[in-house]
Design a protein around this ligand. Structure first.
Ligand code: SF4
Length: 316
């Protein structure tokens, strides 16, 4: 896992090129940090369809039942060009684990784009539209990790995104043998339990393969289940369930002060006063002390490189 780099498509104006309409680049410290740990495939859809840098801004405009991509002042229309470029680009992608898109852009924005009723200086009628490029990404790759650089400043969203892209990348690199799948499933047991206990059980049945399917069929079914497991982030209640399970392995070895300290930390986590990583770190220290081999290989303790762990949180 240490050497596996997820392949992530990135809006090029985020930390790579000053290609925004105003000739500037967006600086995201998280993307900067990720450069060492993921393989970025960068793209600027607006430059790809022939728009210059700098350029007049473009916007999403409601036109009857349709949404068009037009120049904000002149109304020149780029909808067809953008849709056809996006379909071709997205259709040509292979072996991708996720996307980081620029927020609020009428091309790349994934959920917070302004929509207008016309051109010129008028107020937006909505701030919840999706950029045309982002829409094609969602249509084809909605099951992968898709985030924007703004949302990644939120600790919970970032941890979910990183966990998802690293697990999917690891699965993508897994040798296609049943032994490797069994090991993968076993080492992800507590991670998947924190995400979705029911889907964890269903994934276990796929691995058990009572129907005697071919290895390729089993992997295909398992991959589909993996996407379902990661559909939503893990929540506080499911994490507490997992933390208590793991605590159970150590509790006989601990003295009453240590137990009380752990339960206190758990309570603070329940009240959202400390992040998950603080409680996991306590368990990790016991893992080193008591050398529990089954737990030692659990990805729950390190679902992505530790260098990417950070408790910074915008609170947004
Ligand atoms: S938001 Fe997308 S289209 Fe706009 S400059 Fe950035 S990469 Fe290019």
């Amino acid at each position: 896992m240490q050497n596996i780099k997820p392949r992530i498509v990135l809006s090029k104006c985020v930390n790579y090129e000053a290609c925004r309409y105003n000739g500037l680049m967006v600086n995201s410290p998280i993307v900067e940090k990720l450069k060492e740990y993921v393989e970025f495939i960068t793209v600027c859809p607006e430059v790809e369809i022939g728009l210059p840098i700098p350029r007049e801004s473009i916007r999403l405009m409601k036109d009857g039942d349709e949404v068009r991509l037009v120049k904000s002042m002149s109304g020149e229309d780029f909808t067809e060009k953008m849709v056809s470029f996006s379909r071709k680009f997205v259709g040509d992608l292979t072996d991708i684990d996720g996307f980081i898109l620029k927020s609020r852009s009428p091309s790349c924005g994934m959920k917070d784009v302004k929509l207008y009723s016309g051109i010129g200086k008028i107020p937006a009628i909505s701030t919840k539209s999706v950029g045309l490029f982002a829409q094609e990404v969602i249509n084809s790759y909605g099951h992968l990790g898709i985030e924007d650089e703004g949302r990644l400043t939120n600790l919970q969203l970032r941890e979910h995104f990183l966990t998802k892209i690293y697990t999917l990348a690891e699965f993508r690199h897994l040798p296609r043998t049943m032994k490797d799948l069994v090991d993968f499933h076993a080492s992800n047991k507590y991670l998947f339990m924190a995400y979705n206990q029911a889907k964890l059980k269903e994934a276990g049945k796929i691995v058990a393969n009572h129907e005697k399917l071919t290895v390729a069929q089993v992997f295909a079914q398992y991959q589909a289940k993996l996407y379902q497991i990661f559909q939503k982030g893990a929540n506080i209640t499911t994490n507490i369930n997992v933390l208590m399970h793991i605590f159970g392995y150590f509790s006989k070895e601990l003295n009453s002060d240590e137990k009380a300290h752990f339960l206190e930390q758990l309570d603070l986590f329940r009240q959202k006063k400390i992040p998950l990583i603080v409680v996991v770190t306590v368990l990790n220290s016991w893992l080193m002390r008591f050398k529990q081999p089954y737990l030692a290989k659990q990805r729950y303790f390190n679902p992505f490189p530790k260098e990417l762990m950070s408790i910074s949180d915008s609170g947004k």
